[in-house]
Design a protein around this ligand. Structure first.
Ligand code: NAD
Length: 446
């Protein structure tokens, strides 16, 4: 992985609102070239699709469960969008997704056989395709930072699933990609759907306007009874097995706190107005399959500015009680925010419910893609990568605190840590030694 010098959030607007569409193509050409020079990549042009009737072409990298969901979401909510290119390690997965999408979306699934790509390099063909306007990045997270950087350098608008990084070096690559996208006028929307879910938006608005007084602390839980495990198939190389069973390898997933619980951590950063200053915590493993690097549970105290505390917990242990959501404690009341469709509510100091609202997560999944396309058509591309990278790194910071048994602060992870989990050499038929899981007091903080 490339190491970038930039360790601070770029001093740029938080959205594309300041963007002047008349300068768009010039900006794109000049800054795509400079981003490409920085990243050592080839340049490409971006289609200008300002009219709502003009077709926007989508390519996808990673045609698994969420890839299928993201493709369906954009086709469902955006009438003049079509899918034209696909890549996955296994091209047969692209073929079966194409078939399933075509049943519903017919001619808007316009992927010729020649635009289906396999293997570890397949993604490059999607990025190099001159007609692709938006690329959906839905591989396992370990690839996200470098694919994001390359997609931006190729001049593409991007939808990137969460988390956007699994280590501090990946975080800095995300910040650089965010800066480059803003400079050239291309969009990056991320798969943090709660930011677009109406009950989340409304409860956050009310809390920020003082509905529960001053926020003092919060608890957030992502506790379930387990996650999938894909046993090794005969003939799989070390590398292919890890890619196939990616959840269990930290360089690919970041462990459950990063891969799953980033949703709740992102909501808490939204609540608190930014990332925490430090993390301290612990956890362990009792039930994971042999060879898995994942832990079963992690509990972290996150200290936020202005003396506010988040008590966070995630757990994946069979036969335990599931709980997924957050509770926010204020001087004048309590807000409860349930994950998925569980809704949100506020009670006052006497315990009386003063507000509640149901959730609709499927609408939020689609809204991400509507906002992305609308922002491109309006010439005001949304760029929200830095915010999601902050939340991904907040989760990484918690994992590092638990894995090492140390107190870890934001300055360390943003500016000093050199942790880069991506393998030096990766090929599908290659050997890729499987390191053991982390042990506090032994695993070093780097
Ligand atoms: N926002 C949400 O609620 C949500 C829900 C589920 C998953 N996700 C995220 O979506 C991403 C994918 O998860 P999933 O559940 O679809 O996993 P999955 O295993 O079902 O699919 C991943 C796909 O990527 C392919 N792949 C792996 N490496 C690749 C590479 N280098 N190039 C091309 N293809 C590659 C795999 O072959 C597989 O088809 C993860 O980041 C996950 O966290 C988000």
């Amino acid at each position: 992985m490339t190491n970038f010098d930039q360790t601070h959030r770029p001093d740029t607007p938080q959205s594309g609102r300041d963007y002047d569409p008349t300068r768009r193509r010039f900006l794109m050409q000049s800054s795509v070239a400079s981003a490409a020079l920085t990243l050592g990549l080839a340049t490409d042009a971006v289609a200008d699709s300002s009219s709502p009737s003009e077709m926007i072409n989508v390519g996808i990298v990673g045609t698994g469960g969420r890839g299928g969901g993201a493709a369906r979401d954009t086709l469902a909510i955006n009438p003049n969008v079509r899918l034209i290119a696909m890549a996955d390690l296994y091209p047969e997965k692209c073929h079966s997704m194409r078939k399933s999408l075509a049943r519903r979306y017919d001619q808007r699934v316009a992927v010729d056989d020649k635009n289906i790509f396999g293997g570890l390099d397949g993604y490059r063909n999607v990025l190099d395709h001159p007609d692709v306007d938006i690329v959906l990045l839905t591989t396992p997270p370990g690839f996200r930072p470098s694919y994001l950087a390359e997609a931006v350098a190729a001049g593409k608008h991007v939808f990137a699933e969460k988390p956007t990084c699994v280590d501090p070096v990946g975080y800095r690559i995300c910040l650089e990609a965010d800066r480059a996208a803003r400079a050239q006028g291309t969009a990056i929307v991320t798969g943090t759907q709660y930011r677009r879910q109406k009950n989340y938006m409304e409860v956050m608005r009310q809390i920020h306007e003082g509905a529960i007084g001053d926020v003092v602390s919060a608890t957030s839980r992502y506790c379930t009874s387990g996650i999938w495990n894909r046993p090794r198939k005969p003939g799989m190389s070390d590398a292919e097995y890890q890619l196939y069973n990616w959840m269990h390898f930290i360089w690919l997933s970041g462990d459950q706190i990063v891969e799953q619980a980033v949703h709740n951590i992102d909501a808490m950063n939204w609540l608190m107005g930014g990332p925490p200053v430090a993390a301290y915590g612990s956890g362990g493993r009792f039930t994971r399959p042999t060879g898995s690097q994942m832990w079963d549970n992690v509990s972290i105290d996150y200290a936020y500015p202005d003396n506010r505390l988040l008590s966070f917990q995630c757990r994946q242990i069979p036969h335990t009680k599931g709980e997924n959501g957050s509770v926010v404690y204020g001087t004048e009341g309590i807000a409860t925010i349930g994950a998925a469709n569980k809704g949100a509510s506020i009670i006052d100091r006497s315990g009386r419910q003063v507000w509640s609202m149901k959730g609709d997560i499927n609408a939020a999944y689609q809204q991400e893609h509507k906002d992305l396309v609308d922002s491109i058509r309006a010439g005001k591309p949304i760029v929200e990568l830095a915010e999601t990278a902050d939340s991904s790194l907040t989760a990484v910071m918690g994992r590092l605190a638990a894995y090492t048994g140390q107190r870890v602060d934001w300055k360390f992870v943003t500016q000093q840590s050199t942790l880069d989990l991506f393998p030096d050499k990766l090929s599908l038929d290659g050997s890729l030694p499987i390191a053991s899981y982390a042990v506090p007091g032994v695993t070093k903080l780097i």
